[in-house]
Ligand binder design. Sequence first.
Ligand code: FES
Ligand code: MG
Length: 573
Amino acid sequence: MNKNQKLRSQEWFGGNDKMGFVHRSWLRNQGYPDDYFRGKPVIGICNTWSELTPCNGHLRDVAEIVKKGVVEAGGFPLEFPVMSLGETIMRPTTMLFRNLASMDTEESIRANPLDGIVLLTGCDKTTPSTIMGACSVDLPTIVVPGGPMLNGRFRGETIGSGSFNWMIKEKQKKGVLNEDDLLEAEVCAARSIGHCNTMGTASTMATMSEALGLTLPGFSSIPAVDSRKKVMQQLSGRRIVDMVKEDLTMSKILTRKAFENAIVTNAAVGGSTNLIIHLIAIARRIGVDLKLEDFDSVGSKIPLLVNLMPSGKYLMEDFFYAGGLPVVMKELGDLLHQDIITANGKSFRENYAKAECYDRNIIAKIEKPLQENAGIAVLKGNLCENGSVIKPSAASKKLMNHTGRAVVFESMEDYHERIDNPDLDIDENCVIVLKGVGPKGYPGMPEVGNVDLPEKLILKGVKDIIRISDGRMSGTAYGTVVLHISPESTIGGTLAIVKNGDMITLDVEKRLLQLNISEEEINKRKSKWKAPEPMATRGYVRIYLDHVEGAELGADLDVLVGKSGSKVDRDLH
Ligand code: FES
Ligand code: MG
């Protein structure tokens, strides 16, 4: 901003009249000197701390460290809470509330005398929700990722938070894990503050924040407890004050090229499929044209460089010791747009030029990747006219081109009731079809797409079969799982009319997901299909159901797409 420009906060605090008195006086009950109100950039620290979001349970302490940095740089920090979304606890799924939390963030920023924003994030949805909300206001904004937990160890073995969950049923059925073992494993999997330590959705979202240029370089890989994390928090506090002075708003950083960088980086780190939905939603808030197909055209040919669960073997703590995301950014070289600006005012090239790798088992060289073509594949076909997705790096090679008989579950309840029934007619060549788990269906598009296999197949030693649904899967999960089928079954997409015994073809190379019945038969079944009763008649969920868009559009509410900016003309009197 130039010298003649007034800080936004001065519209509240700068007046020598009644309203200036009102805006300042009440805040002074916290003990701020009067010069805090005379032209210091006011930095809002948007905190997703909550004891119900254990992954963000340390963010109150983080806020204090960020404040130190803000004060050092001559700013005035004011912390405020927003709705926090705890992945492991909230019912029916945090995704139902991502858009609500984004509204909370947006309006809390816009309505208050803030010049710059620090977003304190951690657990899966707390990152996209706050970024989406902040985009719709478009002030200078920096992200402070809460950081992953330390490595989990259980009886000498590494266990990744999240990924271990998907082995529990198998281990219990095979009798290698009893009740006491499970109790012991619980605390081994979560032995420090922080979010999931696999490359699950939280680590993916932190990585995305950095790849978009919204964090200081190198920030996203550092474990939550590490003292270097604290340094980054303090420096972020300092930096946001300068970002306000430079008027480095979100839209100056979040260009189309930044989104392409996020897609490329996600492929290289083996990140979560949830990135797709969140990144599209963020792009549509800030006004960048980003389509589902871009994830395939920009990302699918990118090689996998990072050996982290669920695609690989290691955890975020190991990744950090190996050099972390900076090494990946350097390895990717010209596959990234290297010259675009990031939060620290420098380009990717400048930020990551000096990165060094300390363990090639964990971060591969680009010439010798862990896997070629590791990005997300976007599938089309009569089963998903608006698209669906699969993460090849987490899938079984032998199932990538496969035709199998559909075993249909009409809902999650139907699945739970019948999956372990010994009479269920299913084998390893079948395709599990799960309906009713899309954005409107559950409601909220839960992470259930990677449903456990039937007990009888587990005992036979089967590790993976194709599973398709309109739902999502946890970023910590793996398997040959087709997700985000759109249009979803609850609104009468083709998925709704699939019957037991229908043949389904998945051909990832051809990008095809097909129901092998005639168009005539499809139309006949669709004409008889009846829409289910809406899942809610009042409250936020009713608003959500009335306005939520398809997965391919980011599952945002239609009325939230775009931005309203930071200008609010009317004062409170
Ligand atoms: Fe919070 Fe995994 S449950 S990050
Ligand atoms: Mg999750």
